[in-house]
Design a protein. Structure first.
Lengths: 257, 246
């Protein structure tokens, strides 16, 4: 078993390195000459290529949540509250977090493995030798893409999961399309939608920066590539929950709930 | 150290990784048009040295001057511009997996050519570079579709596309069969003649070294241990040098 002091020191060192990496991201971001073509390419990969997975998961989530919530609400005679309860649960918490976790798994690991493989096969060095700033070309574009696309994916997940909720409501009940959506929008307020959207921006940033950091500094050959991909998913998923916790606390403090 | 016309000048360079002192007060000078081979054991710091020359790795101390430019005095933008004159052939080829061969060769032009110049001349330059290495037909193929020797040739074409004045080769024949190794060595000689470039080659393939080297530097214990032609070093009585040629 490793000495706890060594583990603590390694953890602090990792946090310090990640902070430096993040600071460098912002420095490179404000420098002129952005790699727009690669950014659009990354938006396509992050957004479009994850859309199906996010959509299917969101639909099932909405459907299952509605079906499982119904008996409890029926017991308390509050069946009419079903669309409102499902809407608040999905929009405030479930859809953003599940979307972020899917992205952490798919995009975070993908970036960790791709950049790690580029590192160990000297492709990143080759970019540097050819006069291209690899940090700007590879990291800034990817982190920006996740920061922008995860909130968009989360918004799509909200809509699809609410549609799943509509189908779930009508499996055993009879709520019209217009009444369902009226109840959904009537139950949602500024404090439900905006903090939820803001936290997905942070989720996207965390997924991008961790995936890129782990891949960019990958070591020890192919074994290191696998390790980069795995740790990228673990750290990004953990950060998603920590950010979620912080946003909930801040929202609560600001009385936005 | 004084030579007639040093295009690359390395003076008293030191480089350590933790307690591992890889380069110890290493100095050398390379003249324009020379084919210099650096010979040394695996892990002796040969790759570190050429990565210091192109500033992929920063030396701990000492001075490196390439094309009359002290590389430590260059800011990031100047460094990237300066790198247009240096070609680098990586040991692993370092072709971009996700790009076609055409895109691989186009990549260095993005930074150094204007958009207008790229639109007018890039396709011709790419084709010419591929023709130089005998692989014009691979233009739209992916690196994974090529054999090891072909990948090495494409990597060489990419290193040449900007017509560099200095070309650095990191173990160009490692992992290739002897016939392909000889073909690559001959290609390096042809390229040197056509572009009149200066070459610094890291290798321990004696066939390759015998074919291409004007001069050899022995890198032993992190130092410039000996220097001479292939024949001079082959005839040396020093056991450390003899060990390489036996």
């Amino acid at each position: 078993m490793r000495n706890p002091l060594i583990l603590q020191s390694a953890f602090l060192q990792e946090v310090g390195e990640l902070s430096r990496f993040t600071a460098r991201f912002f420095r490179e971001l404000v420098k002129p000459k952005q790699e727009w073509e690669e950014f659009i390419n990354q938006c396509f990969w992050v957004g479009y290529k994850t859309l199906t997975l996010v959509g299917i998961t969101a639909f099932i989530m909405g459907l299952v949540l509605t079906i499982q919530s119904r008996p409890t609400l029926v017991e308390f005679g509050a069946e009419a509250m079903l669309p409102a309860m499902v809407a608040v649960s999905l929009v405030r918490e479930i859809a953003p977090v599940i979307t972020a976790l899917i992205c952490a798994g798919k995009i975070g690991s993908g970036m960790g493995a791709e950049l790690g493989s580029m590192r160990v096969t000297e492709q990143i060095d080759a970019m540097e030798v050819s006069g291209t700033n690899p940090f700007k070309y590879l990291i800034v574009t990817r982190v920006l893409a996740t920061t922008i696309m995860v909130p968009l994916l989360s918004s799509v997940a909200n809509a699809i999961s609410l549609y799943g909720g509509y189908l779930g409501t009508n499996l055993r009940g009879d709520v019209s399309w217009s009444l369902y959506w009226f109840q959904v929008f009537n139950s949602l307020s500024f404090g439900d939608v905006v903090p939820s959207l803001i936290k997905t921006i942070f989720f996207g940033f965390a997924i991008g920066i961790v995936g890129c950091y782990k891949g960019y500094y990958s070591q020890k050959g192919t074994e290191g590539v696998g390790r980069s991909a795995t740790t990228a998913v673990i750290v990004a998923s953990l950060l998603v929950f920590i950010i979620d916790l912080l946003v909930v606390q801040i929202t609560d403090l600001l009385d936005l709930t | 150290m004084q030579t007639k016309d040093p295009i690359v000048l390395v003076e008293h360079v030191n480089k350590s990784f933790g307690t591992n002192h890889v380069l110890r007060d290493f100095s050398m000078a390379v003249e324009t048009g020379e084919n210099l081979v650096i010979l040394g054991k695996s892990g002796s710091g040969k790759s570190v040295l050429i990565k210091c020359i192109i500033k992929l790795i920063a030396a701990d101390s000492g001075k490196i001057t390439v094309l009359g430019q002290d590389i430590d005095a260059l800011d990031e933008d100047q460094l990237n511009t300066w790198r247009a004159d240096i070609g680098f052939l990586f040991q692993s080829n370092a072709l971009y997996d996700s790009m076609t061969i055409r895109e691989n060769l186009l990549f260095p032009l993005r930074r150094h050519w204007t958009k207008e110049k790229r639109e007018k001349m890039a396709d011709q330059a790419i084709l010419e570079a591929l023709e130089d290495v005998g692989l014009a037909h691979t233009l739209h193929m992916m690196p994974a579709e090529l054999s090891g020797g072909m990948r090495k040739r494409v990597a060489l074409a990419r290193a040449l596309i900007l017509r560099p004045k200095v070309i650095l080769y990191d173990e160009p024949t490692t992992g290739l069969d002897p016939i392909t190794g000889r073909e690559i060595s001959q290609l390096m000689i042809d390229v040197q003649k056509k572009y009149n470039a200066t070459s610094i080659v890291i290798s321990h393939d004696l066939n390759c070294i015998n074919m291409i080297a004007n001069r050899i530097i022995m890198l032993i214990d992190g130092k410039n241990y000996a220097s001479g032609t292939f024949q001079e070093l082959e005839a040396a009585t020093d056991p450390k040098i003899k060990a390489f040629f036996e």
